[in-house]
Design a binder for this molecule. Sequence first.
Ligand SMILES: [Zn+2]
Length: 114
Amino acid sequence: MSEYGPDQAAADLADKEAELRRKLARLTAPVEEGSTIGFGKRIGDGTTQAIQQMEDAGSAQIVAGTLDEVLRAQERLAAGTWGTCEVCGEPIDPGRLEVRPWSARCVEHADVVL
Ligand SMILES: [Zn+2]
């Protein structure tokens, strides 16, 4: 067993990027013509649809935010700074990187606002 390293991270980040782009495409896709939307007979169907669209918009923002983190992590990989905290420069715990290869900070500085 070796520690989680840049090679593994590069593969994981590429997978995550593809997954996030798929999700984002689905969340931001226009409503399909001919679906049940607009044809509901009950009052409230439109409201349900509107709420769903608001939720999708919120999810899309979160997905876009994570995608941004993934892309920045790929830049750090290329620059050779991946795996170190952007606040203190100390190595980030490999266990943390394995769960979130796009982590840019150590546990101690995870919530620091720059
Ligand atoms: Zn730190």
